[in-house]
Ligand binder design. Structure first.
Ligand SMILES: Nc1ncnc2c1ncn2[C@@H]1O[C@H](COP(=O)(O)OP(=O)(O)OP(=O)(O)O)[C@@H](O)[C@H]1O
Length: 698
């Protein structure tokens, strides 16, 4: 049978030429424990025997060909704990750990196969009874070797430890100050998987480390079953963090790991601070079916949990074997165990697996399963990589590339500065001029912009003002029109009991466009056009006059007795002829009545005598307009334009009613155009002027 591997069984030997970068297989050592006293009592036969230092042969019960399995080292039951420590190559891993590599040692095998014994020795024989040094496991021997090695390094080294167990898929801190509580497993890009809030304890001596180990071991859950009187019910993971200054005085960063608390954090990052080195020692073990172990209830639950995580571990190992699938997703997240072993199995770590088997033929199925697992695991490779400091020496290819890039950078910079020089030499003046002028132009534009903004806001307010004035003006015009029409109406001889409609007198606009002059419901309507008539034409004027003009006139004369304000004084014919006399000095018109000086009555034209409109009519209208203007000036009316003295403010220059009509027409035009202008564009300063200034001269 062919045998491969190193004869001395040192799995770390292949790393001596440089583990950094190239793929390195997981090193696997097989340990076969001796037959236990119980197995011997039961007369069980051995189904395995070693062939050389690296091969195990399995003889199936009942005959048949042997099956051989090859590993880095095969250690039979006669080998001592010291033999295992030496042959497994753990010291070599310790050296790599001191150089900054992340190293992992883990045991694997059936329950009762000797995993705990291999790592930590036999269970303590009593409270406080230490394990005899000769039976101490890999962990104690590694600790002793490491601390001795650290003392001879000649460089300051800081050591920390953490210890956890995975019990029923819960991570518990075995070094916690209080009762352990489940801790979360997190992941980030720099640290990979890590346990949050895990206690990391600094130690300075082997004794202190041993105390921590004992503390964790005593806290671990264990139970008795038919195959093991002190069976571990959890996976356990002890981690040593080693931080030291390298020989060249440069800090070497380790792979991300849980940060230690306290002073170590304070010194982190300072020059010469040693990088962290990490060694992981753990001991999971897979369990048999409940029927074989006699497990019931909680034990069964624990066994299932342990086996599930080991199945996940086996699945990851199978996937890691396939080089194509190794590049893709590996389900490390399937269990806490695979999460925490992810870097050891498929990352940058250096890993040693110690597979443990029982020699008993009764355990052959489990032994074969373990052997197949271990055979697959040793084909899994990692890429061990020590953390590098920023100043660490780069590989030659990278160094060359960096130098080339730096040279290119220098060249490009110099070309750029030359181009700047040329540009400034050829057209320096123009550039300066352009810069100056552009700057000046920019300033001008900004000032102009500011000025235009102010002007725009002024124009907007002017426009609003002009609109208000136009509104007032329009009201005035309407009022003037109303009074004018009313005044004209007064000159018409009475045509009967109802007064004539103003539309018969006013050429334009038609009375339909006029606002209702009397809002009372009893108001008369024009018999021609049905437009409401003025309030003074209302037969029931007495009733609503106070609503229109207030209850009392300033002179104390009752409103009902007052003539309409537009009645011209001292013009006898202006007085409308009442249909009948109701008393001296009292004229009656329709349903209303008003008082007029008695002397006027003598000048009244004869009743019901139609009279053509004459020049004097227009004159009277002018007088009426004067009265109206003087007596009832709208408070908001704009000042009237200056005109020749001794002329009416409205009909200046001897204007007559046609003038007034023209003026009103012009006024309307002006209003219309102003409104149109106001709608289409902002008003100018001119718009702020009094509307009277834009009226055409009368
Ligand atoms: N190489 C050995 N020499 C002498 N005794 C051993 C050896 N290996 C194991 N034993 C004994 O076998 C028994 C079971 O070993 P151990 O507890 O280490 O198994 P295990 O794999 O850790 O089991 P579990 O997974 O259930 O915890 C213990 O009593 C232990 O002392």
């Amino acid at each position: 049978m062919e045998e491969r591997g190193s004869p001395d069984g040192d799995p770390a030997r292949s790393l001596e030429q440089g583990p950094e970068g190239p793929e390195t297989p997981i090193q696997v050592v097989l340990r076969v424990r001796p037959m236990s006293a119980a197995e011997l009592r039961r007369g069980e036969q051995s189904a395995v025997h070693c062939s050389g230092t690296r091969t195990l042969q399995v003889s199936p019960p009942g005959g048949g060909p042997d099956v051989a399995f090859r590993f880095g080292a095969v250690l039979d039951g006669a080998r001592t704990q010291e033999d295992v420590f030496r042959a497994s190559g753990v010291r070599r891993l310790g050296e790599l750990a001191l150089r900054g590599f992340s190293c992992t040692v883990f045991t694997f095998g059936q329950t009762g196969s000797g995993k705990t014994y291999t790592l930590t020795g036999p269970p303590p024989q009593g409270e406080g009874v230490p394990v005899p040094p000769s039976l101490a496991g890999i962990m104690q021997r590694t600790f002793a070797w490491l601390l001795d090695r650290v003392q001879h390094l000649g460089a300051p080294v800081t050591l920390h430890a953490s210890y956890l167990e995975i019990y029923n898929e819960q991570v518990l801190d075995l070094l916690s100050l209080g009762s352990p509580r489940p801790l979360p497993v997190r992941w980030n890009k720099t640290r990979g998987f890590y346990v949050e809030q895990l206690r990391v304890v600094e130690f300075g001596s082997l004794g202190a480390l041993m105390e921590l180990l004992q503390m964790g071991l005593s806290r671990r859950r264990s139970s008795a079953h038919t195959l093991n009187q002190a069976s571990s019910r959890s996976h356990a993971l002890l981690t040593l963090h080693i931080r030291r200054q390298t020989d060249d005085g440069v800090e070497t960063k380790s792979r991300p790991s849980p940060d230690p608390p306290g002073p170590a954090d304070a010194s982190r990052g300072s020059r010469g601070t040693p990088g962290w080195r990490e060694a992981v020692l753990c001991g999971p073990g897979w369990q048999r079916e409940g029927g074989a172990t006699g497990s019931r209830g909680e034990l069964m639950l624990e066994a299932n949990s342990i086996n599930r995580s080991l199945l996940a571990l086996g699945h990851c190992i199978s996937l890691l074997l396939d080089p194509r699938r190794k590049q893709s997703h590996i389900p490390f997240r399937d269990s806490k165990l695979t999460k925490l072993l992810a870097d050891s199995l498929g990352g940058r770590g250096v890993t040693l697996m110690v597979a443990c088997v029982s020699p008993s033929a009764q355990c052959l199925p489990e032994t074969l399963s373990t052997l197949r697992y271990a055979s697959r695991a040793q084909r899994v490779t990692t890429r061990p990589q020590a953390p590098k400091s920023p100043t660490a020496k780069q590989p030659p290819r990278l160094e060359t590339e960096i130098l080339q890039l730096q040279a290119e950078n220098r060249l490009l910079r110099s070309q750029l500065s030359q181009m700047d020089l040329k540009a400034s030499g050829f057209s320096g003046t123009r550039v300066a001029w352009a810069q100056q002028n552009l700057y000046g132009m920019l300033q001008e534009f900004m000032l102009e912009n500011e000025r235009l903004r102010k002007e725009k806001s002024q124009l907007q307010s002017s426009r609003d003002l002009a609109r208000d004035e136009q509104r007032v003006l329009a009201q005035q015009v309407h009022e003037l029109e109303r009074r004018l029409l009313s005044a004209c109406y007064l000159h018409q001889p009475p045509l009967g009991p109802a007064p004539p409609c103003p539309c018969a007198m006013a050429p334009a606009p038609s009375c339909h466009a006029l606002p209702p002059l009397c809002s009372c419901p009893c108001c008369h309507l024009c018999p021609l056009c049905r437009a409401p008539l003025a309030h003074w034409a209302c037969p029931r004027r007495e009733l609503h006059l106070p609503q229109v003009f207030g209850p009392k006139a300033p002179d104390g004369v009752p409103l009902s007795a007052r003539p309409p304000p537009w009645v011209p004084p001292l013009q006898p014919w202006l007085c409308p002829v009442p249909p009948r006399e109701v008393g001296p000095g009292l004229g009656h018109w329709g349903g209303g009545s008003w008082r007029r000086p008695g002397h006027l009555k003598a000048h009244l034209p004869p009743p019901n005598s139609p009279r053509p409109r004459s020049h004097s009519d227009w004159t009277e209208t002018r007088v009426l307009a004067e009265i109206l203007t003087e007596e009832e000036v709208v408070p908001s009316a704009p000042p009237l334009p200056p005109g020749p003295p001794n002329t009416s403010p409205v009909l200046r220059g001897g204007a007559t009613v046609p003038n007034l009509a023209r003026r009103l027409e012009a006024l309307r035009d002006q209003i219309g155009s102003s409104l149109r202008r106001g709608r289409s564009q902002p008003a100018t300063h001119e718009s702020k002027r009094s509307p009277s200034r834009v009226l055409p001269p009368c």
